[in-house]
Design a protein around this ligand. Sequence first.
Ligand SMILES: Nc1ncnc2c1ncn2[C@@H]1O[C@H](COP(=O)(O)OP(=O)(O)OP(=O)(O)O)[C@@H](O)[C@H]1O
Ligand SMILES: [Mg+2]
Length: 483
Amino acid sequence: MATLPLPCWAPTPSPSQPRWGSSAAALTGKVEQPEPPAAEVGGAVGSRRGIHSGFDSIDHRDGRLDHIPRDGGVSITWEDVWVTAADGRATILHGVGGSARPGQVLAIMGPSGCGKTTLLDTLAGRLDTDLRSKGDIRINGRRQRLAFGTSAYVTQEDVLMATLTVREAIYYSAQIQLPDTMLLSDKLARAGEAIQEMGLTSALETRIGGRTTKGISGGQRKRLSICLEILTRPRLLFLDEPTSGLDSAASFHVMNRIADLAARESMTTVAVVHQPCSEVFEIFHGLCLLACGQTIYFGPATNAIEFFTSNGYPCPPMRNIADHFLRTINRDFELESGVITISSKPSPADEAIDVLVNAYKSSNTSENAKKEMHDINEMGGVIIRRNQASFLTKVFVLTRRSFVNMYRDVGYYWLRLGIYISIGVCLGTIYYNFGYGYDSIRSRSSMLMFTGSLLTLMAIGGFPSFVEEMKVSDLYVLLYIWN
Ligand SMILES: Nc1ncnc2c1ncn2[C@@H]1O[C@H](COP(=O)(O)OP(=O)(O)OP(=O)(O)O)[C@@H](O)[C@H]1O
Ligand SMILES: [Mg+2]
C-alpha cells in the first residue's frame, strides 16, 4: 500500500531551525536542508501568527497533519491544463499546473475573471459544455474523472430551495447523501455537527428564502451551502468563494473550521478565495495565484511574499499580503483609469504579470511544485468511489422534500387549485345540462379537448419550478455530467 509522506507545505521556517528548506532557498536555488523527523514539526510555527493576533486561531499548518491516516486521503495533481472556449476564440487557462494534498487547504486567488472558477470546474470535472479542456489531471496518480458523488463542490452562487428551513435543508441532504449503512440517528447527528461547525444553530428554523421572499442572510446562505457539502466528510472538497459575503470574523471562523476538518478527516480542500484577511491567509497551506489564466505563483502560501519581494514587488508595510498580490496583478481597471493608452508601453500590472510569470517559470518554487506533482503521482493511493444513499432512499426523501416544497409554494398547489376551481365553475355553467342528443356529442368532445389542453398547459407551467428543483437536487449534477 502506498504511504503518504509528510506534508511538503511547511510552516513558516525559523532561522534557527530550517524545515523543508527555507523559502529563500526555494527562491534562490540554494541547497535545501534535509527533512526533520515528524516529531519536530510544529515547533516553529507561527512566526507570522504573532503579528496578527486578532483571533484565537488554530494553526493548521503545524504538525497536526502527522496523524493523517497513511493509506487515506486523495491527492489531486494537474499539469499543463489549458481551457479554451469551444469556438476557439478565447483561451481561459494557459497551461497551469499544481497539486493538492490530503489534510491541506489550497487557496486559488487572482483578480476577477482570471480563471479561478474555470480551474476549479476543470479539476472537479464539471466544466461547462461550451468550454474545452486539455491537460493531465490525476487523482491519486490515476487519470480518473471525478464522477458525481465522489467529491463535494460549493458553487459561487448558492443554489438552495427557498421554501425549506435551514434544518430541513440539512436533514434532507444528510438523508440523501449519507450511505444507507448509517443509521438515521447517526445521519442526523452528523447533520447536527455540521450545523455547529458552520455556526447555523441560531438560524435553524428560518426559511431559506429566495428572489421573492426574504429568508436567511447572504452569509448564512453561504455557510448553509458549505454545511450541505461537508456533511459527507468528502475526500475532496472544492469551494468557490466560501468567504464571499461574510464579515472578516465569520470568514476566519468558516475557513478555520474547514481547515480543521481537512486536517482531522484528511480531506483535500481547494478553495477559491477573494480578498482573505491576514488571519484567513495564514490558514492556507498552499497558494495558487493566477492572472489572465497564467500561474503567477504556486507553492507554500508562506513563501509567496518572498517570491514577490525577490522579484521587485515587496509588500508595503501595514498592507494585507493578499491585497498586495491582487493589487499588483490586477489590470482590469487600468484602461478605465487611463493608465493604459493606445500608444503607451505595457501598464504596470501587465509588466508585473509578465515579470512574475517568467520569474515563476524559472524559479525553484516551480521546480519544487513539479517535483511534488511527480511524487504524488508516483505515490498512488486509493481509488475514489461514491458512497451515497440507495436509489430508493433518494426517491423517497426527494419526493418528500418536493412535496414540502410544493405545499409551501403558493404558486404550485394553491394558486392552481384556485384556477382549476374557477375554470371548473365556468365550464360547469357553460355546459350545464346540455342533454344526451347527437348535438351533445360535439359539445362533450369540445369540452374534453378544452380541459385536456388546459391541463397540459398548466403542467408545462410547472417546468420552471421543476428546473429550479433539479438544480438543487443531485439529479441536476447527474444530468450535467452526462451532458
Ligand atoms: N463559455 C465561455 N466562453 C468564453 N469565455 C468564457 C466562458 N466562460 C467564462 N469565460 C471567461 O473566462 C474568464 C474566467 O472566468 P471565471 O469564471 O473562471 O473567472 P473567475 O476568476 O472565477 O472570476 P470571479 O472572481 O469574478 O468569479 C472570464 O474572463 C470569463 O469571461
Ligand atoms: Mg469565479
